[in-house]
Design a protein around this ligand. Structure first.
Ligand SMILES: [Fe+2]
Length: 379
């Protein structure tokens, strides 16, 4: 069987996202827009230039901002209801991964009236037709959700079961690093680390290919150069734009090649403690590298080492220590207890990890006892 590479989203690398949004909508007759965002973004004033531009063009837009981090189906359904009441023809998702994932979910539900999201999630029913058009405008450089065919929305218990289907791809994504200029250092570092782990897991995962390597390695190079700069000086527009583009490259890579153990562990870890996705993933990186490094194929090591900017005499065994130093430089925690992990929860998190979709793609197979040991060793 051949290796497919399918990516239908129109990417617009932008220096003026409101104008580019009008361009994207302008292809359709009289759009009715549901603009999804979250309270923080609304309060920051980022939404206003978009509304002003839409109003100026005579395009009606309804704003819905009740989207929390780590959204579950309980939070998706009111957003869908808002779209229905607004007779939305288009969904514009202005925000981080949570907002964009809800946007993708709303686009799918608008095209499937009467369908139950959890039935779709658990494969009790299948999608019949393309989603309503979703235009993603990321305000953080991290999740890559704008370029992936997965909508990660928890079920009613909070279990992170993504809906993965080609119909989930957004129609367009507008990549404008200036939208992240006011993102605080802590969130810049956490979201940027998420993107770095996407690239590392895409490169080391079992389904990596020569094509996904192109995106994954380029993303790593850019992120190790620009994330420390964007974290130290949030107003550095060049680094913000570089990070925005690299996060999308990492997203394109992992969408095709899958993720690995940091994300498999990260699902239950972030759900248990309502942790920020990027923070949870970042703190898991040293732990998973210390487990994975013996399985990294020798003929892939040099490319990985060079993309991460590690010295020429480094060995795979140095990866975990390298990642700890990188995290420390960003002011981020390196131990799991610093991210809120409690010892009593380790067995359950280990068990739930094995049910995560990306678990099987990890470069090294892990058993539940090995996961418990890994979590305890990095506590
Ligand atoms: Fe992620």
């Amino acid at each position: 069987m051949g290796t497919p590479f399918y990516f239908p989203t129109r990417l617009i690398f932008s220096r003026d996202a409101p104008s580019d949004l009008i361009q994207e909508l302008g292809k359709d007759p009289i759009p009715q827009v549901l603009l999804l965002t979250d309270r923080g973004i609304l309060a920051s004033g980022l939404v206003e230039p978009f509304l002003k531009k839409l109003n100026g063009e005579g395009i009606h837009a309804t704003v819905y901002s009740e989207i929390p981090g780590n959204p579950n189906v309980q939070e998706l359904l009111p957003a869908y209801e808002a779209a229905r009441q607004a007779s939305a023809t288009h969904v514009v998702a202005l925000g981080g991964g949570s907002v964009i994932d809800v946007g993708k979910g709303v686009g799918i539900l608008l095209a499937h009236p009467g369908f139950d999201w959890e039935d779709i999630q658990w494969h009790r029913t299948s999608l019949q037709r393309p989603a309503y058009p979703v235009i993603a405008i990321p305000t953080t450089a991290g999740t890559g959700s704008e370029v992936t065919k997965v909508a990660v929305i928890g079920d009613h218990t909070g279990f992170k079961m993504g809906v993965l289907h080609p119909f989930v791809f957004t129609r367009s994504a507008i990549i404008d690093g200036s939208l992240a200029l006011s993102l605080p250092p802590r969130l810049t570092a956490a979201t940027g680390m998420d993107a770095l782990v996407h690239a590392i897991e895409a490169f080391t995962g079992k389904r990596a290919s020569a094509t996904t390597d192109v995106f994954a390695l380029a993303a790593m190079r850019r992120i190790v150069n620009h994330l420390p700069r964007a974290t130290r000086d949030g107003r550095d527009l060049d680094s913000r734009q570089a990070m925005a583009e690299a996060a999308s490259w990492a997203g394109i890579a992992f969408d095709q090649s899958g993720l690995g153990l940091a994300h498999a562990l990260g699902g239950p870890l972030t759900a248990t403690y309502h942790l920020h996705h990027g923070l949870g993933i970042a703190v898991l990186l040293p732990a998973t590298l210390s487990f994975n490094y013996p399985a990294i194929p020798a003929d892939r090591w040099e490319a990985l080492r060079d993309a991460l900017g590690m010295p020429g005499d480094s060995q795979p065994a140095d990866l975990a220590e390298w990642s700890r130093a990188f995290l420390k430089d960003l002011g981020m925690p390196t131990r799991l207890s610093e991210a809120g992990l409690l010892k009593k929860d380790i067995p359950q998190i280990a068990e739930e990890t094995t049910r995560m979709a990306m678990f099987g793609n990890n470069v090294r197979a892990a058993s539940v006892p090995e996961l418990i040991q890994l979590l305890e060793a990095n506590f």
